[in-house]
Design a protein around this ligand. Structure first.
Ligand code: NAP
Length: 332
């Protein structure tokens, strides 16, 4: 078994720990929190032996092989860098970094150190992605894809009451594009490659963060729209339209409830849904496999790295179009 540590004490870390332990491949040896008491409570909750309140201490720990990072986006780069430099494998939550150059730098650093550095994006690691891709082969010429992730934020009410939750705080490099748009960008770039061009619009909040957005990607033979929002809940979800049929996906991030509509009017359900921790367990399994079976997983892991760079480049360019600026962008 490999030993892992966590950074971040939110619900998503709970799910990752559950999924990683459930895989039978990982043992939780340490947790990091900025606050000692919170760290100790979190370690107790999940049965971890060690607690760190400084990244350097965690990085130097001999009882940790790999680290799962689920801190606010603005902390990702420095935490990933410190851990990779110290010889830890790293799986870091999406989106990796606000600037593509930082993602390239971290990918190179990991390669130099012979470590695995992975973006925690479920879509790339779910077995049902093969179900989706097989269904897309059955719908003829695809001309329009509408990829959607609109989910009313659980923090919206506190925002409307005048607070600035982390998720609407540009100082933490968050907002709708970075939080939910990334889930739409990933399948678009994985399935269709880079677009010829794109247009983008967003509604900005008084904090400077984007509350929602619409991006239209243009390919020679198809249009791909990405709709994402933290201000309202979606009803229509994702569909891929071909001239022989349509593939519907209720949740693009979890690849849940996939159906195939045939041109004779019939509809076939081809995939249901899984619990969140199971979904995260798949990325924990792949992370383990890339570390322990590098030869067998070389091509797959290389694709993940390339896609992480493409996604970071796309998000950065989209932010430029939308006027979403972070302090780390520098300049005027
Ligand atoms: N894969 C998914 O489905 C999924 C779902 C949700 C979020 N995410 C990703 O996970 C990451 C964390 O998201 P989240 O919503 O959990 O974030 P969050 O609640 O704002 O913060 C996560 C943790 O980071 C620490 N933290 C809070 N504020 C911080 C600050 N200003 N500076 C440094 N550390 C701080 C806290 O832990 P301590 O106080 O213990 O240090 C907190 O528990 C993001 O990258 C997000 O995109 C992924």
């Amino acid at each position: 078994m490999l030993r892992f540590a966590t950074i971040g004490s939110g619900w998503i870390t709970d799910e990752y720990i559950h999924g990683a332990k459930d895989s039978g491949l990982w043992e939780l040896s340490a947790v990091y929190s900025r606050d000692r008491a919170r760290g100790e409570a979190y370690a107790q909750k999940h049965g971890a032996k060690l607690v760190f309140t400084d990244i350097e201490g965690l990085a130097a720990c001999k009882e940790v092989d790999a680290v799962y990072i689920a801190s606010p986006n603005a902390a990702h780069y420095s935490q990933c860098k410190a851990l990779l430099q110290a010889g830890k494998h790293v799986i870091c939550e999406k989106p990796l970094c606000a600037q593509a150059q930082k993602v390239r730098e971290l990918v190179t650093l990991a390669e130099e150190k012979n470590l695995v550095f992975l973006e925690a994006i479920m879509f790339m690691h779910l077995p049902q992605r093969a179900v989706l891709e097989e269904a897309l082969q059955k719908i003829g010429q695809l001309s329009l894809a509408k990829i959607d992730f609109c989910q009313r934020s659980s923090k919206l009410d506190s925002f409307l009451e005048g607070q600035v939750p982390n998720i609407f705080n540009p100082q933490l490099e968050t907002g709708s594009l970075m939080d939910l748009g990334v889930y739409c960008v990933y399948p678009a770039l994985h399935l269709f490659g880079k677009p010829e061009s794109f247009t983008a619009d967003a509604i900005k909040l008084n904090t400077g963060a984007d509350g929602n957005g619409i991006i239209t990607m243009k390919y020679p033979d198809k249009l791909v729209t990405l709709t994402y929002s933290k201000l309202g809940q979606a009803g229509a979800n994702t569909d891929f339209q071909g001239n022989e049929g349509t593939v519907y996906v209720e949740s693009i991030s979890r690849l849940a409830n996939i159906s195939l509509w045939h041109k004779d009017g019939s509809t076939e359900k081809i995939y249901g849904e899984d619990e969140k921790y199971k979904l995260m367990g798949w990325e924990a399994k792949d992370f383990h496999r890339y570390i322990t079976e590098p030869e067998k997983s070389r091509e797959e892991y290389a694709h993940c790295k390339e896609l992480s760079i493409w996604v970071a480049e796309f998000l950065e360019e989209a932010r430029r179009h939308l006027g979403i600026r972070f302090e780390s962008d520098g300049g005027a």
